[in-house]
Write a protein that binds this ligand. Structure first.
Ligand code: AMP
Ligand code: ZN
Length: 477
């Protein structure tokens, strides 16, 4: 952790369309909410972009000394989840729980830290009923004849402030809804807060009808519960600016009477053949697909090699370039480890001290890039400069202290990007099996301390043991 230099950090705020200095609501703390995925399938690498980008924002803020309360939800009630549940003949919760578990596996494999809290919409219904009740009381929402509750969009005077849309233009575009006569809305701009259940769907009781929440109210409520009425950063992909985030602002600010979020951050799309990657268009690769060909650290490197507000086109060539780039850092660290094993002397000489001072420039460059609205592309360039410096200025003559200081620096910068660049040596199958045999022998002799020691040693090397009826089985973590 390093000293706080908060006055230098700039964030592009969708609300003002400007880069603004980051000033937290509470000194030393960051309250951050990132809209999470709807869980009805394995996540695709487009969904992985906000996960990796905002995890990196979080890591950088933590590196600067902030305590970050990071909340990211799972939307676990939705038409697509229900459709899949009906297709499989199971409860909707079976589908959502399955894909939450799979999503968490993917996040871990991409080295995306677990959020401080990962709330699920279905566990927050009471809060939603409360907020909808408040909105009705305050005249910002109304109940239609069939029990649907709508937000009265025109009652929120600042509607459109995030997406920079004009209410009257929006109205014009949607007028056809009013003409159909089937619509029970007062105004075509109004959106659903609560809707009646349909046959076979999950539902909750409410004062208005048995039903389920609209999508937007979920995030307003979960953000309020876990972070409070006013938060520092609200984030997600740019497709969420309108209507999702615009509607969240309307709901939260109308209900709480306070500014919902100070900074709104949005990542640009991950494209394929210059079109947004999406499940509905069918032009996607899942994170699992990619993991069959690449270490997911390469995917992470690929995502961070562009600024988060630039569109990024996925291609095999760019992934190969990312694999090479990532490997350059890994190789440099591995060379340092090799030199460290036989370092010529323990402490730094004067020349090394001067070199180490020079190397600090790369950290400064890295920080400057990250302070400038998290420019990870330039931050990675600073890591490459450090790699070049290390490769040029270290040798079998280098001292242990010097090598360790350089290694700490490169690992610190990589870690802020969430890149694991020090590869743990893989144990050979034969070595694992020999240790397992020794453990069995120790157990027979009732030497449980040794048996446990062996299990822990294997675990520290990523080998998990399972005692089964057929004997001991092992797998790599
Ligand atoms: P969804 O499950 O569709 O609600 O998406 C979860 C998150 O992934 C949201 O923040 C989306 O904005 C984001 N997202 C979805 N597709 C892409 C894409 N192709 N590129 C970047 N972000 C995306
Ligand atoms: Zn949301």
């Amino acid at each position: 952790m390093r000293c706080m230099k908060e006055e230098n950090m700039k964030i592009y705020n969708t609300l003002s369309k400007k880069k603004e200095e980051f000033i937290p609501i509470e000194e030393g703390k960051v309250k951050m909410y990132v809209c999470g995925p709807t869980v009805y399938n394995l996540i695709h690498i487009g969904n992985a972009r906000p996960m990796i980008v905002f995890d990196t924002v979080r890591r950088y803020m933590e590196h600067k000394g902030y305590e970050v309360n990071y909340v990211s939800n799972f939307t676990d009630v939705d038409d697509k989840i229900i459709k899949k549940a009906i297709e499989e003949g199971v409860d909707a919760s079976v589908i959502s729980e399955r894909y939450i578990a799979e999503c968490k596996k993917d996040m871990e494999a991409m080295n995306v830290k677990a959020a401080t809290t990962h709330p699920k919409a279905t566990e927050e219904i009471c809060g939603m009923l409360d907020m909808i009740g408040t909105l009705i009381e305050k005249g910002h929402a109304y109940v239609a004849a069939d029990g649907t509750v709508y937000f009265r969009t025109r009652s929120f005077k600042e509607y459109g402030k995030l997406s920079h849309k004009n209410l009257d233009d929006l109205q014009g575009g949607n007028r056809s809804l009013l003409v159909t006569g089937e619509d029970q809305k007062e105004d075509s701009l109004d959106f659903v807060l609560w809707k009646p259940k349909k046959e076979g769907e999950p539902y909750w009781e409410s004062p208005w009808c048995n039903g389920r929440p609209g999508w937007h109210i979920e995030c307003s409520v979960m953000s309020k519960k876990y972070l409070g009425e006013e938060i520092d950063i609200h984030a997600g992909g740019e497709d969420l600016v309108f209507p999702h985030h615009e509607n969240e602002i309307a709901q939260s600010e109308a209900a709480n009477g306070k500014q919902f979020a100070k900074y709104w951050m949005h990542n640009a799309f991950l494209n394929i053949d210059n079109k947004k990657m999406s499940k509905s268009a069918g032009n996607f690769f899942t994170v699992r697909d990619i993991s069959e060909k690449y270490d997911l650290q390469v995917l992470r490197f690929f995502m961070l090699s562009a600024h988060y507000r630039s569109q990024l086109n996925f291609s095999a060539d760019l992934m190969e370039a990312a694999a090479n780039g990532y490997e350059r850092i890994v190789t440099s660290v591995s060379n340092l480890n090799y030199l460290l094993e036989n370092a010529a002397s323990a402490t730094m000489n004067e020349e090394e001290k001067a070199l180490l001072k020079e190397a600090e420039d790369f950290v400064t460059k890295f920080d400057e890039a990250m302070d400038d609205d998290f420019n990870t592309a330039d931050a990675i360039s600073a890591i490459f400069e450090l790699v070049k410096f290390i490769n040029t200025n270290t040798s079998a003559e280098s001292s242990k202290e010097f090598l360790e200081a350089l290694k700490a620096e490169i690992i610190m910068l990589s870690d802020i990007c969430g890149l694991i660049v020090e590869k743990k040596e893989e144990m050979l199958d034969a070595d694992i099996e020999a240790l397992i045999a020794e453990r069995q022998a120790a157990r027979k002799e009732k030497n449980f301390a040794r048996a446990d020691e062996i299990r822990d040693e294997l675990l520290s090397k990523g080998i998990i043991l399972e005692d089964t009826r057929e004997g001991v089985k092992w797998k790599r973590a």
